[in-house]
Design a protein around this ligand. Structure first.
Ligand code: BF8
Length: 624
C-alpha cells in the first residue's frame, strides 16, 4: 500500500489521509491499491465490448488472437475506443453548454426569473457575431434571438459552428481541407456512436479524423457556448483575490461544499447563502455564518466570479467530508465520486444531488429546475444550515493549510490588463522576455502523486520564462501551491518576472473551469490573428500532467486539432496500436500542424513544451 506522503505533495491532503486512516475511511487511493494489477488489455485499449459476440481482446504479444470475432484488428479496436472516449467527453461539455443555453433561453422568455443578464456588452458582442441586430432593440429582444441561435448550434446539420470562425482563417482552411470542420455539436457526437457500432467505420485514420472533428465541436462549440453564455448570465470574470485548500473550511460556521460543474446551480447557492433569513437561522443554531466553498470546476466558476474560496481539486472531494465539518456536499454533474454516498453516511454530512440527470447512492435528492432556481437553492441551503446542529465537534479535523490566490483572468481580463490590446504581450514574446505560453490544465489521477505533476511542471515552465495559463484541477493545484499570487513572479525567470511585476499579475493565470479552456482558444486566436499567423505557428504548448477523464481526452484532442502541441502526463489507452500511437504522436503534424506527446515526468514534459516553444520562435524568426 502506498504511503500517504507518496500519495500527495499537498500537506493538507497528507494530513487528511492520516485522519482517513485513523477513522477507517476508504479513499480513491485505497481503492486504486485494491485494483492492482489493473487490466493490461484495457490499459492498451485492446478490449472491445461493442457487440455481444465479444468481449474480444487482442493479444499484444502476438501469441493469441490477432482479430476480434468480427475481424476488427488492434488498430481498429484502439481507434474505436478512443473515438468513444472523445464522444463522451464532448457530450459532457456540450450537455453542460445546453443546460446553460436552456437557462438563458428560459430567462429571455421570462420563465427563469432568478437569472438576469449581467454582461450586456458581451451579449451585444455575441449578437453581432451571430448577425443579430442590436440597434433600437431591448436587451431582452437581443437575448431572445441569441438564445435561439446558440441553441440551434447543437442540432445544426450543415455547419459551420459560428465560434469556429474565431480561429485564424489558416486554421479554418486546414479543418475544411481535412474534412474536419464540424457541422453541428450533437451531429458529430452521434456520428461517433454510429461509426463505432459493429460493422460501420473500420479505418483507424478515418475514425481518428472524425475524432478531431468531434473534439473541435466541443472546444470551439459546446465548451465555448457554455463559457460565453455563462459570462452573459453571471458576468465575465475579472481578477479577484480568493483562497484555496481544505483550510478554507471553518470550525464555527455552516460549511457548504459546492461540487460539480454548472454555475447555473452554484451561482444560486452563493446567492441563497447570503440571504439574511438563512444567516439568521445559522446564527440561531449557533453558527457564526454560512461558509460556501467550491470543489473542482464549479469551485473555479464561483471563485473567479465571486472570490468564493475553493476547498480543493478532484482527489480532495472525499477528504472534505472526512474533515467532519461539512454540513452539505451539494453536487450537480461530472467528476463526483459515487463513493461520497458511503462516506457521507459515516458523518453528519448531507450529500445533496440536484441534477435531473445525475443520481448517486446515499443522497438527499433536491432536484433543481431553472424556473424556481433561487427558491430551490434556498431550500438546499436551509437543509445545510439545519444540519449544523448534527455536527460532532469531536470529529472535526480541518487542516490549517490554505493559500491566497488571484484568479479570474478571462481573455477579456488579460487584454484589459495589457491595456486593451494583445500588442504588449506580443512584444514581450518577440523580445524574448516571455518565451511563450504554456496551457497547463486537467485533472488529478491516482496514478501520479497528487499535484506533483501539476505544480512541478508549472514551476519549471515559469522558471524558463513561459507564461502559464491554467484551468480546472491544475488551476486549483497551482492556487494551493501559491503560484497564483503576484508574489509568485519571484519563482519566474527574469524576463517573465519583470513583465508580471510591472503588471501586478501572477506568472500563472487562472482562466477558469474546464469548459473555459475555450478562453485559452480565444486568447490563442487573438494572438495568432494579431500576428497574422496560424495558432500552430505560435510559441505555445499545452499539457495535462494528471489527466484522467474522458472530457480531458476531448480537450486534448481539440487543443491539438487547434494546432497546439500537447503533452500528456498519464498514458492514454492507445499503445495497443502502433498505427494509432504513431498517428497521434507524429502523423497528425502533417495534417493539423501539432501532435500529442506522452511524458509522465513533469520536468521532462516541461522541457518538451519548451523545446517546442523554442522551435516555433525560431520558425517565426524571433530567435537568431
Ligand atoms: O472538468 S479537471 S477532474 S473537475 S475533468 Fe474533473 Fe478533470 Fe478536475 Fe472539472 Ni476537468
Amino acid at each position: 500500500m502506498t504511503k500517504n506522503a507518496e500519495r500527495s505533495i499537498d500537506p493538507a491532503t497528507q494530513s487528511m489521509l492520516r485522519v482517513a486512516k485513523k477513522e477507517g475511511m476508504e479513499t480513491a487511493w485505497d481503492r486504486f491499491d485494491k485494483q492492482q494489477p489493473q487490466c493490461g488489455l484495457g490499459q492498451l485499449g485492446l478490449c472491445c465490448r461493442n457487440c455481444n459476440m465479444g468481449p474480444c481482446r487482442i493479444d499484444p504479444f502476438g501469441e493469441g488472437p490477432e482479430k476480434g470475432v468480427c475481424g476488427a484488428t488492434a488498430d481498429i479496436i484502439v481507434a474505436r475506443n478512443l473515438l468513444r472516449m472523445i464522444a463522451a467527453g464532448a457530450a459532457a461539455h456540450s450537455d453542460h453548454a445546453r443546460d446553460a443555453a436552456h437557462a438563458f433561453k428560459l430567462m429571455t422568455e421570462g420563465k427563469a426569473t432568478s437569472y438576469q443578464i449581467k454582461d450586456e456588452a458581451k451579449l451585444n458582442a455575441l449578437a453581432t457575431e451571430y448577425n443579430i441586430s442590436t440597434e433600437d432593440r431591448t436587451k431582452e429582444e437581443v437575448a431572445l434571438d441569441l438564445a435561439g441561435a446558440v441553441m440551434a448550434e447543437f442540432g445544426n446539420q450543415d455547419g459551420p459552428i459560428r465560434f469556429t470562425r474565431r480561429a485564424p482563417p489558416q486554421r479554418v482552411e486546414i479543418w475544411t481541407n481535412a474534412g474536419i470542420d464540424p457541422r453541428g455539436v450533437d451531429r458529430e457526437i452521434v456520428e461517433c456512436m454510429h461509426r463505432t457500432h459493429i460493422g460501420v467505420d473500420n479505418d483507424p485514420v478515418h475514425i481518428l479524423l472524425h475524432g478531431l472533428r468531434t473534439s473541435i465541436s466541443d472546444g470551439w462549440g459546446g465548451s465555448m457556448i457554455a463559457t460565453e453564455i455563462q459570462d452573459v448570465l453571471f458576468g465575465t470574470p475579472t481578477p479577484v483575490i480568493s483562497e484555496a485548500n481544505l483550510g478554507v473550511l471553518k470550525e464555527d460556521e455552516v460549511n457548504i461544499v459546492m461540487h460539480g460543474h454548472e454555475p447555473i446551480l452554484s451561482e444560486m447557492i452563493v446567492a441563497a447563502a447570503e440571504d439574511p433569513e438563512m444567516l439568521d437561522l445559522a446564527k440561531k443554531l449557533g453558527a457564526k455564518g454560512i461558509n460556501v466553498v467550491g470543489m473542482c470546476c464549479t469551485g473555479n466558476e464561483i471563485m473567479m466570479r465571486h472570490g468564493v474560496p475553493t476547498a480543493g481539486n478532484f482527489l480532495q472531494q472525499e477528504l472534505a467530508v472526512i474533515t467532519g465539518s461539512v454540513e452539505a456536499m451539494i453536487v450537480d454533474v461530472q467528476c463526483i465520486m459515487p463513493s461520497l454516498g458511503d462516506l457521507t453516511g459515516c458523518y453528519h454530512t448531507k450529500f445533496i444531488s440536484t441534477s435531473p440527470k445525475a443520481e448517486f447512492p446515499g443522497t438527499v435528492r433536491m432536484e433543481f429546475h431553472e424556473d424556481e432556481a433561487l427558491d430551490t437553492a434556498k431550500a438546499i441551503v436551509k437543509t445545510a444550515v439545519e444540519n449544523y446542529e448534527n455536527r460532532n465537534p469531536q470529529r472535526v479535523n480541518i487542516p490549517s493549510e490554505k493559500c491566497n490566490c488571484m484568479v479570474g483572468f478571462s481573455a477579456e481580463a488579460i487584454l484589459e490588463a495589457l491595456g486593451g490590446s494583445p500588442e504588449p504581450l506580443v512584444e514581450a514574446i518577440k523580445s524574448g522576455a516571455i518565451k511563450g505560453v504554456g496551457a497547463v490544465v486537467g485533472c488529478n489521477n491516482v496514478k501520479i502523486q497528487h499535484d506533483y505533476g501539476h505544480v512541478n511542471q508549472v514551476k519549471e515552465l515559469i522558471k524558463n520564462n513561459v507564461l502559464v495559463v491554467t484551468t480546472g484541477c491544475n488551476a486549483i493545484a497551482c492556487a494551493k501551491a501559491g503560484l497564483l499570487q503576484p508574489e509568485a513572479a519571484k519563482e519566474a525567470g527574469e524576463g517573465l518576472r519583470a513583465v508580471c511585476e510591472s503588471l501586478g499579475i501572477p506568472p500563472v493565470l487562472h482562466m477558469g473551469s474546464c469548459v473555459d479552456i475555450s478562453r485559452i482558444l480565444v486568447l490563442a486566436a487573438v494572438l495568432a490573428n494579431h500576428m497574422g499567423v496560424d495558432i500552430s505557428d505560435l510559441p505555445a504548448a499545452g499539457s495535462a500532467p494528471e489527466w484522467m477523464s474522458e472530457k480531458a481526452v476531448s480537450i486534448g484532442t481539440y487543443v491539438v486539432a487547434s494546432g497546439i502541441y500537447t503533452v500528456l502526463g498519464t498514458v492514454p489507452p492507445v499503445l495497443g496500436s502502433s498505427l494509432v500511437t504513431e498517428l497521434l504522436t507524429d502523423g497528425l503534424e502533417d495534417v493539423i500542424g501539432a501532435t500529442f506527446a506522452v511524458e509522465p515526468d513533469p520536468f521532462k514534459g516541461a522541457n518538451l513544451m519548451i523545446e517546442r516553444i523554442e522551435a516555433k520562435r525560431k520558425a517565426l524568426g524571433l530567435d537568431p
